[in-house]
Design a protein around this ligand. Structure first.
Ligand code: AMP
Ligand code: MG
Length: 419
């Protein structure tokens, strides 16, 4: 039961989610010390505080010379001193007929415009013999070549991975402004579902979805908020939905199939939900639902003035829950965390064992990737279907099978979604 139930192709559904994700904004910003900000999203631009490198830097061990003086070889120069990494700029300067011993990372002294590699020289006390000419600028990185003072080095919206952390450190930022993490409500539904610290009766199923989803939310840059399990009963479900919409995004697991007790869509419709799709031609995860509710009496407004909140109704079968999170929900959490929405990234690997499927659905099946570079191979993990979480845990990727392929032979290069 929904305003316009629609089952889309994977591509159409994904495109729609990406378009909506682009409209999402983070809550606010906070100042963190640099290492607390690892993997967070930068909320301010970071500029060079001085030229990088700050001085012309030698990239080889050898001799600082004036190139014009060593165009005809063999040539002789007199060594007048040494510059090492840490030697002060201006400590030495080069005159006619002279060379200065220099180490990698040292400032190139005034008067020199090239560094001769040590391999192309020999010396006897202060007499340097040069066997190969050098051109102007060789083995020197000019001051400011990697960045001029005030250049933009990192944009807001960048994830602070190790390289970005390195840049921030290089410009002396021991504290950085990052976006606050979005709060993501996780609501598992089902009369058969019990929490993990309760001994389950024989007919009951432990709530694994709230926990696997919490781990996925965390990895995507969100803060998971696990709500109590909702029974298949409208009044309590309604109550929990109202509570869940305090958060920035809602993930509901279960209750979105076509069964008599699949009440989620009905209760969302009561909150005036707009449904963008109520299914996608994928497997696992076909009954996936995506939509939003207007803010109002039951749904509090977000701080930044956005007047609706988004939700995903993820199918309750644990593998379906995991896969639909990865291919649909994750991009919304990344956007709420401040990252610019990016397409899913696939790699290609050689299929190890022939695969046979029925056509009509795009499949994301648990698989194992092994081998490196041109030897990358992928093979489906044996599984019992969308309930088989252990098979996903034994896998390290999803093999993607297009909806029009009935069989794929071993040796064909196939797309793989990494985990
Ligand atoms: P549903 O989407 O509600 O029809 O649920 C589909 C299947 O997933 C059922 O067999 C449920 O027992 C199982 N399931 C639903 N919710 C959970 C959960 N939170 N943890 C583990 N399994 C679940
Ligand atoms: Mg259910």
């Amino acid at each position: 039961m929904s305003s316009s139930p629609e089952i889309l192709t994977f591509e159409a559904a994904r495109h729609l989610v990406e378009e909506h994700a682009k409209t999402l904004r983070p809550r606010g910003r906070e100042l963190l010390s640099l290492l607390d900000a690892v993997d967070r999203v930068l909320a301010e631009p970071i500029h060079a505080d001085r030229n990088i490198p700050p001085f012309p830097r030698a990239t080889r061990d050898g001799y600082a010379v004036k190139a014009a003086n060593v165009q005809t070889v063999p040539a002789q120069l007199r060594i007048i001193g040494e510059m090492k990494a840490g030697s002060a700029i201006g400590e030495l300067s080069l005159g006619t007929g002279q060379a200065i011993a220099i180490m990698t990372g040292a400032p190139v002294p005034e008067g020199a415009d090239a560094v001769l590699m040590i391999e192309h020289t020999s010396h006897n006390d202060d007499r340097l013999e040069i066997t190969k000419s050098v051109s102007e600028g060789e083995n020197i990185v000019p001051a400011g070549a990697e960045g001029r003072k005030r250049d933009l080095l990192l944009q807001a919206g960048t994830r602070l991975d190790y390289a970005a952390i390195g840049v921030a450190a290089a410009v002396g930022r021991s504290r950085v402004l990052v976006y606050e993490k979005p709060k993501v409500a996780i609501l598992s539904t089902g009369d058969e579902v019990v929490d993990i610290d309760v001994p389950p009766a024989p007919h009951q199923i432990r709530n694994s979805n709230s926990y696997s989803l919490a781990a996925q939310v965390h990895a995507a840059g969100g803060e998971p908020v696990i709500l109590p399990i909702a029974p298949d009963e409208p009044a309590r479900l309604r109550e929990l939905l109202a509570e869940a919409f305090d958060c920035d995004l809602l993930l509901i697991a279960g209750g979105v199939s076509m069964g008599k007790y699949d009440l989620v869509e009905q209760e969302l419709a009561a909150l005036k939900a707009e449904f963008f799709f109520t299914g996608a031609k994928i497997q696992p995860g076909k009954p996936i639902v995506f939509g939003r509710v207007p803010c109002g009496a039951d749904v509090p407004v977000r701080q930044n003035g956005v007047n609706h909140k988004y939700f995903f109704g993820l199918p309750g079968n644990p593998v379906s829950t995991m896969v639909t999170f990865e291919i649909f929900a994750k991009v919304c959490i990344q956007a709420l965390a401040g990252l610019t929405p990016a397409p899913l990234r696939f790699i290609h690997a050689k299929l190890k064992t022939r695969v046979q499927t029925k056509t009509g659905l795009k499949r994301f099946l648990p698989a194992q990737l092994s081998g490196e570079f041109e030897n990358a191979e992928v093979e489906l993990t044996r599984w019992q279907g969308s309930g088989d979480i252990a098979s996903v845990a034994r896998s390290n990727c999803y093999l993607v099978i297009p909806p029009d392929r009935e069989q794929i032979e071993a040796g064909e290069w196939v797309p793989v979604l990494l985990r």
